[in-house]
Design a protein around this ligand. Structure first.
Ligand SMILES: Cc1cc2nc3c(=O)[nH]c(=O)nc-3n(C[C@H](O)[C@H](O)[C@H](O)COP(=O)(O)O)c2cc1C
Length: 185
């Protein structure tokens, strides 16, 4: 089977990630793959923030602070979990959709394009021997988090892509039958 097909068919998210994460050259490939997302009218309706090393603690502070404001009853354990979240991988790529006014490209298409960029980056990570997982949660949809990350009013978080080296065994892939989802029409 061609390598590209095998990559597509075997992609497997990794909930547990560890060091090493991709260094400059591998990371550049990952980001370049994101930039090849299908994109109506070439609006490039996305941008990516890379968060590594010590900066993951700063992201954790943003997540914890946003949670505290969103939910004043959040327990210290929940706040701590939010603070530690970005430390679950050596690299977090924040994928943002940059929604633009366009007569032919509605916002939904721009969000989908940003989602395609996220998927392309996960595949590029796996292609180079790394692993990844796409996470969102309430924090992704919290304006406070977008603002703290420097996002403009027309920018949204589509996902936090955690990238690193898989820790532990790969999970079994779900058995899905084509005929359960596909029919000739
Ligand atoms: C938009 C989006 C948001 C997601 N958010 C989370 C999340 O916050 N936490 C989580 O554990 N999994 C989340 N997932 C699911 C995982 O990324 C992953 O797809 C899932 O664990 C199944 O693994 P698989 O991709 O290998 O089939 C999200 C997936 C998508 C597409």
């Amino acid at each position: 089977m061609p390598d590209a097909l095998e990559l597509l068919l075997k992609r497997n998210s990794a909930p547990k990630l560890t060091a090493p994460g991709p260094e400059a050259e591998a990371l550049a490939m990952i980001l370049a793959a994101g930039l090849r997302a299908p994109d109506h009218a070439w609006l490039t309706p996305w941008r990516f923030l890379t968060v590594k090393g010590e900066r993951r603690n700063a992201l954790g502070e943003v997540l914890a602070q946003a949670l505290a404001e969103r939910d004043p009853t959040a327990t210290p354990a929940a706040l701590d979990k939010a603070r530690q979240a970005p430390l679950r991988a050596p690299l977090v790529i924040v994928v943002m959709a940059v929604i633009q006014e366009h007569p032919k490209v509605p916002p939904v298409e721009q969000r989908l394009s940003a989602g395609c960029a996220a998927q392309a980056m996960m595949l590029a990570a796996e292609a180079q021997g790394y692993a990844a997982i796409w996470r969102t949660g309430d924090a992704a949809f919290d304006r406070r988090v977008v603002d703290a990350l420097g996002g403009a009013e027309n920018e949204e978080i589509v996902g936090f892509i955690y990238v690193g080296t898989r820790a532990g065994p790969s999970k079994p892939l779900p058995a899905r039958e084509i005929e359960d989802y596909v029919s000739d029409w």
